[in-house]
Design a protein around this ligand. Structure first.
Ligand SMILES: O=C(O)CCC(=O)C(=O)O
Ligand SMILES: [Fe+2]
Length: 331
């Protein structure tokens, strides 16, 4: 069990700057101390959370063959159904989870990128509506948090605003089935998240975080709060003030659903330290390219495309680069 900070973000919606600054300060402290925290706030519309959970239960109960008609490998923007075993972190066996990934729905022909294009949606009445309503809601909260991070890092409050037009921010609906016999397979292997920050809610415990002592600690659920964590790109932006925190889901003890939303900036936005007066400790990287190079390491369909020569992926930073207090000296 670990004791993570709880930050109430209600006042991010306030029209008083001093109230928004107070939240930014609390967020800053929590991110410096832990990089993993709970947020609560009057902004959250829990009916949308319940709708998403109910929809996920209905969706994952469908036959595998039906789900595979929306296989992620058929999409142009890395959206769709992710079957068990598709994704593997490191050299271990594939994760024991299935997912439906929803990306920024970008229908335009101009400006497409590997993670930016039209979503594919399953042929299930209500799915697109429920998932899109949640996506829009959490994107809104994400925009408030980007403003808070700007304040926390000493920038103009709207610093990130111009770089949030069509970010490849991904919502995952994840289903971890319960399987007693699966002792040696993780729900999701140890990793840091690649984006700026992640907002997650889950229906059962199972998430663990690597604490400062290097021990895996359980992250219990708190009613009415979301889990938030820092990702690689915020580590770079903050010049290591905040560290991306390693986490995993071990074999689950009961069926579990979780819904992480990964908040990124626009694909081409160059992520570089923004701290004034500090020597940059990280090399600049295009956010979308970092995201895609990391994604291409864990998804079977992208690995196959790369092996067949149909996909060129930039090498990217080595696994394990982020989330370390020492050694972050730039790529
Ligand atoms: O299911 C969870 O609680 C964590 C999921 C996660 O870490 C991820 O999808 O990156
Ligand atoms: Fe994660």
């Amino acid at each position: 069990m670990t004791c993570l900070p709880v930050v109430d973000i209600s006042h991010l919606a306030s029209d008083r700057l001093n109230e928004r600054c107070a939240v930014a300060q609390a967020l800053d402290r929590a991110c410096v101390e832990a990089g993993f925290l709970y947020i609560r706030g009057s902004q959250f519309d829990w009916t949308l959370f319940r709708r998403l959970h109910a929809r996920a239960q209905l969706y994952f109960a469908l036959d595998d063959a039906v789900k595979m008609t929306s296989y992620i490998g058929r999409s142009q923007n890395h959206s769709g159904y992710v079957p068990i075993g598709e994704e593997a972190f490191g050299e271990g066996a594939g994760d024991l989870k299935e997912a439906y990934d929803v990306n920024c729905d970008y229908p335009h022909a101009e400006g497409r990128r590997p993670l930016l294009g039209p979503n594919i949606w399953p042929d299930m009445a209500g799915f697109r509506e429920d998932v899109s309503a949640y996506y829009a809601h959490i994107m809104d909260i994400g925009r408030q948090l980007f403003r808070a991070f700007a304040l926390a890092l000493g920038l103009d409050e709207d610093h990130f605003g111009p770089h949030l037009a069509h970010p490849p921010s991904q919502l995952r609906l994840i289903h971890y089935p319960h399987d007693e016999s699966a002792d040696d397979r993780p729900g999701i292997g140890a990793h840091t998240d690649y984006e700026c920050f992640t907002l997650l809610f889950a229906t059962a415990p199972g998430l663990q975080v690597l604490d400062k002592q290097g021990e895996w600690a359980d992250v219990p659920l708190i009613d009415g709060a979301m889990i938030m964590n820092i990702g690689d790109m915020m580590e770079v932006l903050s010049n290591g003030r905040y560290l991306a925190t390693k986490h995993r889901v071990k074999k689950v003890k009961e069926e579990r659903y979780s819904f992480p939303m990964f908040h990124a900036c626009d694909y081409d936005y160059v992520i570089a330290p923004v701290m004034r007066g500090e020597t940059p400790r990280y090399a600049p990287v295009k956010g979308g390219e970092h995201l895609f190079s990391q994604t291409a390491r864990t998804f079977a369909y992208l690995k196959q495309r790369a092996a067949a020569g149909g996909l060129v992926v930039s090498e990217g930073v080595p696994s394990g680069f982020f989330g370390q207090r020492k050694g972050a000296t730039g790529a």
